[in-house]
Design a protein around this ligand. Sequence first.
Ligand SMILES: [Zn+2]
Length: 561
Amino acid sequence: MLASRYFMPTLKENPSEAQVPSHIYLIRAGFIRSLSAGIYEYLPLGLRVLRKIENIIRKRMDESGALELLLPILTPAELWKETGRWDVYGKELFRLKDRKDADFALGPTHEETITDLVRKNVRSYKDLPLNFYQIQTKFRDEARPRYGLIRGREFIMKDGYSFDVSEEDAIKTYEIMKDTYHKIFKDLKLDYLMVEADVGAIGGKFSHEFVVKVPSGEAHIVYCESCGYAANVEAAKFHHNKLPPEELQPLEKVYTPSVSSVEEVASFLKVPTQKIVKTLIYKADDKFVAVLIRGDREVNETKLANLLKALDVRPATSEELKELNIVEGFVGPIGLNLPIYGDYSIEGLYNFVVGANEKDYHYKNVNIGRDIKVEHFYDLASAKEKDPCPVCKAPLKETTGLEVGHIFLLGTKYSSAMKAYFTDKDGKEKPIIMGCYGIGVSRLMAAIVEQYHDDKGIIWPDVVAPFDLHILILNMKDEKSVKSGFEIYEEAKNLGIDVLLDDRDISPGAKFKDADLIGIPNRIVIGKSLNEGKVEYQRRDSQEKKMIDLDKVKEFLQTLK
Ligand SMILES: [Zn+2]
């Protein structure tokens, strides 16, 4: 490809709306342009990268046995109404009407559509298993589209859906997809984590997210470098270190004037924060509950909501505490008339401090069993950095990440709602067991740039680079340079190397700047050293320059194949 005939509108300045490296560089280097908030155009360079990413995904999905198809983007409202998602999806669903006033949606995901296809065409266990996927444009009317391709309103996904006769088989398919995803993200040279995700209100069986480690990521992850355990903060477990057992001391009510936070109480009573137990009152849907947790830990509201099977969990307000006759700042479990849920952190804790539910008073030497009744202990605390790994006890690390893949064992949620049944070997009608598997294809392009860039521009990994080789002819007025440049260009093309030749009549400085910005992995520069019969070779990911004799270039090009 000749740069003089190509379309790569690079920019000198950072676009004002862009905050993260991928957004800045994909625009500046001429890969994408914004048409409207969260809606992007893929320019020729961008499309080349996108196609390479798609093809890596496609190859691995095909190898796994999944079948590619293509479903309509425009989907009738009736299907969404069958599963209740026409209402549940709210404003994120792009809705429109046809000329007969019938409702449609632009698909953000395709569980309903694919389930409809399967229920109309699958009768018996003999027709199963099936595993479909597609690579397609999706729509979601995000409240705050941002970060370029990371959170758009129109984006490209690989979405896949599996159909099995039993949960056992569905888990096998799920494991195959998990392996396939590992292969895909390794092929793409990403530094990523597979993370146990919270299934929460969606109600699936289990779920994993694939998260690329980036500083700007919105997902908060804890992970273990020793054994590979990783989980979203919402779902992360950790090993609880217990304090040693003690002899029970007599219960004591102590005067603690205007002392109410954990740190204040700990320093006032000269006890470690681990010996202070917080009593937190939550409203879970329409009920109030109390959670007891050690002073050095925080309650994880997602875990609490899952335990209580509540849709909405929030701390009780000051007004609600007053109505419950609870003294804010001195809340305590003794004599409290609410269901009490104990976090693991207080199991086996002795002689601790709690609020006395009376202004300016606390109880000291409180013990479970003797002073308060806690029947069960639950995992209700958020994991944090340095907590022991739940698997191997090594200290956990925390990171932020960008979710690029999500796999879900759905069970019968959609097949039951939409009556996608099959006749089993025993002649009985049963709902098909489903799984769903997504990859953010356009988001991956941004994720790669987030991990592969420097202060000059993008550094594409070879496998997804728009071109393999970038040839720069520094002086287009020098006949010898032009001749050598075009000869190398033709040789590279003949070898099947994707090559971009910068034959534009612009300054050498501008050519170097663009080459750094665009980030093609291999670069051959035809400049002054041509007088000595040499050209310069450099990789975008290295500072090192290498001189190559003109008569050795052909040989050298072989190594780039
Ligand atoms: Zn571990």
